[in-house]
Design a protein around this ligand. Sequence first.
Ligand code: PMP
Ligand code: GLU
Length: 394
Amino acid sequence: MQLLSDRVLNMSTSATLAMAAKARELRGEGRDIIGLSLGEPDFNTPDFIKDAAIQAIHDNYNSYSPVDGYADLKQAIITKFKRDNNLDYTPSQIVVSTGAKQCLANIAGVMLNKEDEVILPCPYWVSYSDIVKLNEGVPVEVQTTIDTDFKMTPEQLENAITPKTKMIWYSSPCNPSGSVYSKEELRALADVLVKYPDIYVVSDEIYEHINYIGGHASMAGFEDMYDRTITVNGVSKAFAMTGWRIGFIGAPEKIARACNKLQGQITSGANCIAQRAVITALNEPPSRVQYMIDEFKERRDLVLELLNGIEGFKTNIPDGAFYVFPNVSYYFGKTLHGTPINNATDFSLYLLEEALVATVTGDAFGNPDCIRISYAASKAQIIEAIKRIKNAVS
Ligand code: PMP
Ligand code: GLU
């Protein structure tokens, strides 16, 4: 009998995590790799949050929490949703999970039936399509280009809808393009969706605070979309807490209760110390972490300026998150220092081998013409990495 399930055999490895592992392995062999593959802030978690975790340990938080999160954490999330997004949720609409990634897995697990379609505007975050497929759904990719700042137009959305469409999943600010949908742009998409009352929206807002133009908009903020939007958020990015693994949703009650049920059979709930620390993180105003956002913005400007000086890198101006997503198709069909480049995967691997810089192929995000460069790295590393890339392609 086959050892592993078809389910896992048919699943791709997370390309972001795989590239980070590869970079780590090469570093272990003594190679001087600069890692621009992982979307992980290089800052430390702020001290005021660490102190809250230490206090929670001393206060003997060591038992299972309620499956969907401590009541006072849910209250802090409700306050955060109201303060930052003007969204009203009640405790039974909130579920705290082991990272926003588990929130997404829960949503897919409780909402998808075999062959239900999920519209994914491309480029999308790497794990969306595999989470959908793992749950027997069918990802429906909608290609966007630099010309529309990698945003899906209402016409494209309308054309992608079929009787099997169950949901649409997007992130804004977007990983990997950095695009930020304005309120008007979301409203235009909502105007299409109001004609199809059975379609739900997963609005992944984990980069909410990493926004260089301001004006973060939530799909659930529209009265006619509130009842069919699941807002996903978390602390990994803005609070530099990737390893603490806390994410959360605000959702229609039926969906939240189903996520609670699923999670109760799978993890029993998120880590109790991390949950206590997140109460402190969310109760503080976002201005406490503005220094990180300011630094990311300077790095974005630096990356764009440096990439501008390299032939064949075409980028949009990312308004948020900490990635640039250059189109590098100019190099396809060429041979660089003896290596034939036929696609973005070849190009990204070439940069790893030749420039010792880790990036991620755009294929993993549903766009085969681009690569993703994370600028969650120091300015010195960014400058050195782009110098190496320039040398490798010239
Ligand atoms: N959504 C997006 C768009 C992401 O980039 C990430 C990456 N961490 C996640 C969700 C998952 O975040 P986490 O599980 O660390 O909360
Ligand atoms: N979200 C990050 C990224 O896109 C972290 C890696 C992951 O969870 O896949 O790089």
